[in-house]
Structure formats: C-alpha cells, structure tokens
Write a protein that binds this ligand. Structure first.
Ligand code: BDR
Ligand code: CA
Length: 309
C-alpha cells in the first residue's frame, strides 16, 4: 500500500476524495489536512470532521492549515458549495476533531516518520503544500509524488482562463510547480470528463448505505449549483480524480510537459500555462492529465463508497 496524505478544502468533491482515499486497499491514508478555499478554514475543517465521522475514519489524524492564500485575500466558492461549504446532507455533531498542531507540522511529521516515501494528494489551493516545501525543504526527498487537482490546459472555471484552486493561490502554485518534485496536474481537462450522471447517482442510491445516501445528498446539491452556474447536466467530480490517479495510474492519460504559473496577468493570475505543443524548450516539470477512463473511474469511486456500508 502507498502511504498518502490528503490536503483538502471540503467541498463536495473533496468529501468524495476523502472517502476514496480512506477506502482504497492500494492506499494508506495517514493524515488529512485542511486549507481555506471553498469556504473559510473553520467551515471546511468542520466539514472534514463531519465526513471523517460519518465514514468511521475519525482516527485519521486531521489538522487545520492556512486560513488564507500566501499573499492574497481568500475568495470562497459559496456559489458552488453553499454557505457551509458542504450543503445538502443533514450533519450530526461530529466526533472527529482536528489536532492542536497545524497542518504543515502534521504533514512534516507524517512524511518524515514514514518508512516509505509518501504521496501528497492536494485537492485545494496549494497554500499548505507551498508552505511545507519552503519551511521544511528536507521533506522533499521523502515525497514520492504530488497529485494535485487544479489548473487547466484550456479554459477556466473562475475566470475564462483560470481554475479555482490555481486562482485562489497562484503564488503557492508557482512554488510547487517550481519545486522539482514529481507532480501530476489533474486539471479541468480531465475532471470535466468525470461527470456525475443520473446513472452514477442511481448506483450510489442503490448501495442503500448511510455513506451512499450521504454521497447522494452531496451530489444532489452539487448538481443544482453546477446546473445553475455553468449549465452542466451533471457536475464534474473534480477532486477524486487526483486520488484515483494514485490508486491506479492507468485510469488517467498524461502528457509530460512544462507548466508555468501566471501570477501577474491583468486577467490571468493563476493561469496554468501548459506547453502541450512544446514550444518553449523549457524542461518538463509536470505530468498533465488529459484523458480519463470514465467507466473504470466510476467503478472505483462507487466501489470505494460501498466499502463503508
Ligand atoms: C476545484 O475547486 C473546488 O471548488 C473544487 O473542490 C475543486 O477542488 C475545481 O475547480
Ligand atoms: Ca477542492
């Protein structure tokens, strides 16, 4: 099994990413950390507690990280994820609690104490990850790979060219893409292939389990906002793609290319400038995900949610 840590901002798709990481036989989920993004740090940390509690994962170490991006103000995505950041289900009082220590310290300890190199999965803005790499450069040698949901080789979803996680903290993204660590970018190019169709919701409903029902409620809310805001028939389940890529790399086709992060453009701060045509001669620094095996992805996600009963 591969030791993994998951840095997230739940968030409907982050919630499913937690479930996938916690259920997979291929992964050993050693820690969950939170970063301000979809909602305030306080709200998304409470949401992480809720998901871990319902899933019976309350013993997974959890720590809260950065409340805001490295240099910018936080602009949350209440329009997509609701006022709570995880609108939809009725939540009971969670038993899972964040530790006293911060996310960067929990990540540092978990990574340095692991006998095997750790895969760092990030499904929010890269603020915690960049801070970790800057403050504790010694962890770099113990990170096997970073798998990030964020960016786009084409169009954006916050501005015409910029995706939300990249847009929220471009300076952090620039640090991570410049780190030299093995890095997979699972951007909108591939996550917009992971559409939650009515057939997918039916498979979840048919599980007839508490975690299956919670997932149905999450997807019901997420589908509404994606329909109203973006005109999507079914919402794209972005974040689990970054987990699935670690569980089974054959699920995602990637291109090894150079990616630079725009931080200063008048209209493009946070744009991931992906050199697919290899025009710049700059060295490749990322594997950019371009194509998803959609059928097998959903088998993996539904199978993971079924594990919880
Ligand atoms: C990303 O933004 C967030 O709203 C989602 O959780 C996902 O991580 C998609 O652009
Ligand atoms: Ca997210």
């Amino acid at each position: 099994t591969i030791p993994v840590v998951l840095d997230c901002d739940p968030g409907h798709d982050d919630a499913i990413a937690i479930l996938l990481a916690g259920a997979s036989d291929a992964l050993d989920l050693r820690a969950v950390t939170t970063v301000g993004g979809n909602q305030s740090l306080e709200k998304i940390t409470l949401n992480a507690c809720r998901v871990l509690t319902v899933a019976g994962l309350a013993d997974v170490p959890l720590a809260a990280g950065a409340a805001k991006p490295l240099t910018r103000a936080l602009r949350v995505a209440a329009d997509v994820h609701g006022e709570s950041g995880l609108d939809g289900p009725e939540w009971a009082e969670p038993t899972a609690r964040p530790l006293e220590l911060g996310a960067v310290e929990l990540l540092r300890r978990t990574i340095t104490e692991s006998a095997e190199p750790v895969v760092l999965i990030a499904t929010g803005p890269l603020t915690n990850v960049a801070t970790l790499l800057l403050a504790h450069p010694e962890v770099a040698g113990r990170i096997r790979e970073i798998s990030w949901m964020g960016g786009s080789a084409g169009r954006g979803n916050v501005t015409p060219l910029v995706e939300f996680n990249a847009s929220t903290d471009p300076e952090a993204a620039r640090i991570v893409f410049g780190s030299g660590l093995p890095l997979t970018m699972c951007g909108l190019d591939v996550t917009h292939q992971a559409l939650v169709t009515p057939a997918v919701v039916e498979r979840l409903r048919a599980l007839g389990t508490p975690v299956g029902d919670m997932s149905v409620e999450l997807m019901r809310f997420f589908a509404t906002t994606y329909r109203e805001l973006f005109g999507f028939e079914g919402p794209p389940l972005h974040d689990p793609v970054a987990v699935a890529r670690v569980v089974d790399p054959t699920l995602v086709r990637t291109a090894r290319v150079n990616v630079e992060i725009e931080t200063r453009g008048d209209w493009t701060a946070g744009a991931t400038v992906v050199d697919l045509a290899r025009r710049t001669g700059r060295e490749a620094n990322a594997d950019v995900a371009l194509e998803l095996d959609v059928e097998r992805f959903w088998d993996l996600v539904v199978g993971a949610i079924a594990v919880y009963g």
